[in-house]
Ligand binder design. Sequence first.
Ligand code: AHR
Length: 661
Amino acid sequence: MSVLLILILLVLSGLDHGLVSSDSVIAPASLTVDASPGKERKIPDTLFGIFFEEINHAGTGGLWAELVSNRGFEAGRGGESIEPWSVIGDGRNVDVATDRSSPFVRNKVALKMSVLCSGDHGSNNSCPNSGVGIYNPGFWGMNIEDKNRYNVILYMKSSRNLNVTASLTSADGSTVLSSTTITSGGSKVESEWAEFKFTLVSNGTDHNSRFQLTTTDNGIVWFDQISVMPDDTYNGHGFRKDLYSMLADLKPRFIRFPGGCFVEGDWLKNAFRWKETVGPWEERPGHFGDVWNYWTDDGLGYYEFLQLAEDLGAAPVWVINNGISHHDEISPLNLSTYVQDFLDSIEFARGNSSSKWGSVRAAMGHPETFNLEYVAIGNEDCEKEYYQANYVIFYKALKAAYPDIRLVSNCDASSHPIHHKADLYDYHIYTNAKTMFLRANHFDNAPRSGPKGFVSEYAVTEPHKDVGNGTFLAALGEAGFLIGLERNSDLIEMACYAPLFVNTNDRRWSPDAIVYNSWQQYGTPSYWVQHFFIHSSGATYHPVKLESIDSNFIAVASAITWKQSEDGRSFLKIKVANFGDKDLNLDINVVGLSNHGVRSSGSMQTTFKGELTAENSFDDPKKVIPVASRIENAGKKMYIKVSSRSLTSFDLPLIGPSIQI
Ligand code: AHR
């Protein structure tokens, strides 16, 4: 163990919040970056990515732009509940009930609406002028914006010809933003479902709108599979644009999906089943995710995840259920359907379009194969009774059919050897800021001969008073950890924060990286820390030595060189995370850059600093974000102040040929 590390451990051992107090406020420190040829190492192309889990309404009511919640009335799972749909009108005028008359075989529930009032104003039970019907508020209000287009698809049949008005309105229905009237015709009573497709163009903005279907015509009408999609989604692929661009800004090199515990389920019957999430959206049954306790229509299904990865230029990491949930397990003797499902999922992604499952993908609009090279077997299941036996069966089946696919085991090999073959192993860490910062060293002595490390979930989560819904302190702890991962990137191939998304109307887990409601969004400090690492994947790592004679010194540093693809220019990027409460007077020396100089202009310093408990919010989304400024007189030798409790990067443009390896 290095003297520096011992020093750090001694200092941190007596801390309460992980912060050092001291009389003096400035400490001298020196940082040597050794860029000598032969000392460098290539960082894996996949080092930093993202982890998407369907938690906190990350997909449904989040990234997936569908505005209708429970579009097929299936969320009540055959019962009478049609939440969040509500009825417009009272029992004298209208009666609604679910029945099983849907034209879609995998999701038989439809809504039957009996209109008891009449459009005849002379009648003694005439309908209200605005009609009776149903409305859907979406996910805590639909964001409808002026002049934007909303594509509606719905299925309807009726007992007689009925006019139905489809509208986007304010939350109470009093202001109509857009509407159109469609006619359901029914001479062949109860037998003819018809699809209706139309576009509503809004004449106003309301972030808390609803979609409604109303009529003043007496009769019976059935509805099923009702979708309202904004026309303007990323690439027309259904992803909410503002949230997609926050992901793209992280330049993720991989995306792990769709969980997390979501993959396992509390019970196997509620786990994610990929085959039920592909094909036409109308035919997907949806399912209740019983770990995070909400329904998803599965509009964001296996195909859409692969499409998302492709759009982001990120390698998909497909996490599959290997017959294990939180409370029940399939024994290795009964695993064959799970294994076949697994192999079929790979064929769906990689099989040519004449293969059984490749043809389903092609019919969905993607005849080319998806570039699936990573699969994880289960989530946090290593200690479960059948995990290892099941894992081995999956491993053998996969490698026999697809030897190139890299397989991730749930069993952490960083501290103990594991007893089965794997290409990578999962490592999850949720802890306090102090411990996280110190985990910068966790992999220093981990075995190098076995599988590679995949830090597939990390986050500062404790104690609540320090992390709230995402504080600067939490992010600073993570910054130190990530610098440690760069240093250990000969072993660590991938790393991602968890969870990625939260809709503030349904926080199931906190903190998270990206926060939103129907129309607003911001990044927590943990999101902004990840921006310091967007050039690291595939870059060249150079060893550094960071030292101080100060006894309260707690800091880590890293240095990379990377090439900007647009213009081929190379940069040296130095990062310093200072967890201590003293500013550092930092003497920086870059040695070994023999064929390179630092350009006289264009060097930047980016500082991320804030009150320890500061958080961003909808009212103040940029309260704690990195701030960039020019460095005058940048060069191979610099004398620069680094603030206490900060993450700082120095970006120096280099003269001379690229030193990428
Ligand atoms: O990230 C939230 C949850 O934490 C994940 O679902 C699970 O893998 C972990 O326990």
